[in-house]
Design a protein. Structure first.
Length: 407
């Protein structure tokens, strides 16, 4: 925005960040990351988290005494899914011991960004919540609890110091200022995770003013002046990014993605292209060729790439071309166009999935993408005539690609 002239530098009075919540950056003493960040979708820590949460007498996989203390002090408990930062850290300790030993501090992504800006290793009362090691009962006096740290198996020395939410944690370092084109010394404020940012961005910042969020996840939430947990309904209040307030948190997982599935697979429009093409191809492909349908989540393609020689992906797209245009992309020889990406901060699109597979060395030997320009994605709309015409041409084109791959 500064480079484009949208905001004058002399009008900027401070710097703050937002980022995906529930991630983990293993940072060295100089702040440099020691490995790629572990994000909220990463569940490799599930097994170690289940072992850590269990005990002699268990309820739903949790040691009774541990569960009671977690809920009483924090408002909740680490999930068995392994997606919380607590599980990330335990997994790194078990699976990458050299990285664990070299780590100076484990930080949420937003806190790591602030470290790069200010040079200070710190977490706010709201960003640290999903480590499940803080006593959150007094909103103005949140701190690590020694018993929770022992229960979790975490080393306090590898966790950042805590500062209150919405406070100035330092000043903009000259190196960061030069890179951003900003004056050095600007105040750097504690950042917020995406859940808290959505609450503030909705404008519902007074007590009991509710907001509805729909993205990859979905929830109804509001700020409240008290800490409370309803274990029967899986609802709790956790420290908010607004000073002196708690934020209602409830089970949401992938509710927004489920809505996307409904739109793409039930309400259709031109998003039905992939399913209809698969139906036509099932009985017209060479022996040994699998025809698979996905639920619209492009990130799952990486699993389908494993061990495959030739993969052909068919999807509707919006590139700005004439509706019905068929664009054939050889993904092994060219990078993905930006219009095959996702606008979501959580989910990844087709283009991003392919580039991730490329970076991880998980590309199949041949990957061909047929992107058909859609005309209508309205709820309940039928397949547009332009896409119907394009659909008729796909079997022959794909048959030629499969024959080439088999040759």
């Amino acid at each position: 925005m500064v480079a484009g002239g949208g905001v004058a530098v002399d009008r900027i009075v401070g710097v703050g960040c937002t980022a995906q919540w529930s991630g983990t950056v293993a940072a060295a003493a100089d702040g440099a990351p020691l490995r790629p960040a572990v994000i909220w979708m990463d569940s490799r820590g599930s097994s170690v988290m289940k072992r850590q949460a269990g005990g002699a007498v268990n309820v739903l996989g949790y040691d009774v005494r541990k569960l009671q203390r977690w809920i009483r002090l924090t408002g909740g408990a680490p999930g068995h899914s392994g997606k919380d930062p607590l599980a990330h850290i335990l997994w790194i300790r078990e699976s990458e011991p050299d990285v664990y030993r070299a780590t100076f501090k484990f930080l949420e992504p937003v806190d790591w960004l602030n470290q790069r800006l200010s040079g200070r290793f710190a977490a706010s009362h709201d960003s640290i919540v999903l480590h499940w090691v803080t006593d959150n009962r007094r909103i103005g006096d949140i701190d690590y609890d020694p018993t929770l740290l022992r229960m979790a198996g975490l080393d306090r020395s590898k966790l950042p110091d805590l500062v209150p939410s919405a406070t100035v944690m330092g000043q903009l370092r000259s190196e960061a200022a030069d890179e951003l084109g900003l004056p050095a010394g600007l105040p750097v404020a504690t950042g917020t995770g995406d859940v808290h940012s959505a609450a503030i961005g909705s404008g519902a910042v007074t007590d009991f003013a509710a907001h509805l969020y729909i993205g990859t996840s979905s929830w109804i939430s509001c700020h409240v002046p008290f800490k409370k947990t309803d274990i029967m309904r899986n609802v709790a209040s956790i420290p908010a990014a607004l000073p002196g307030k708690y934020l209602v948190a409830d089970e949401h997982e992938t509710a927004g993605a489920c809505l996307t599935f409904l739109v793409r697979n039930v309400l259709f429009g031109d998003d039905a292209l992939g399913r209809l093409a698969a139906a036509r191809l099932k009985d017209n492909v060479p022996h040994g060729t699998e025809v698979l349908e996905t639920d619209g989540e492009a990130g799952k393609l990486l699993d389908l790439f494993q061990g495959a020689d030739t993969v052909i992906v068919i999807d509707a797209c919006v590139s700005g071309a004439r509706p019905g245009t068929v664009q054939r992309i050889d993904a092994c020889v060219t990078h993905m166009p930006r219009w095959l990406g996702s606008a979501s901060s959580h989910a990844i699109g087709l283009g991003e999935s392919v580039e991730l597979a490329r970076a991880l060395g998980q590309m199949p030997k041949r990957l061909i993408i047929y992107a058909v320009e859609g005309a209508s994605f309205a709820l309940g709309a039928p397949l547009s005539r332009q896409v119907v015409a394009a659909l008729d041409t796909l079997p022959a084109q794909i048959g030629a690609d499969l024959a080439q791959g088999a040759a």
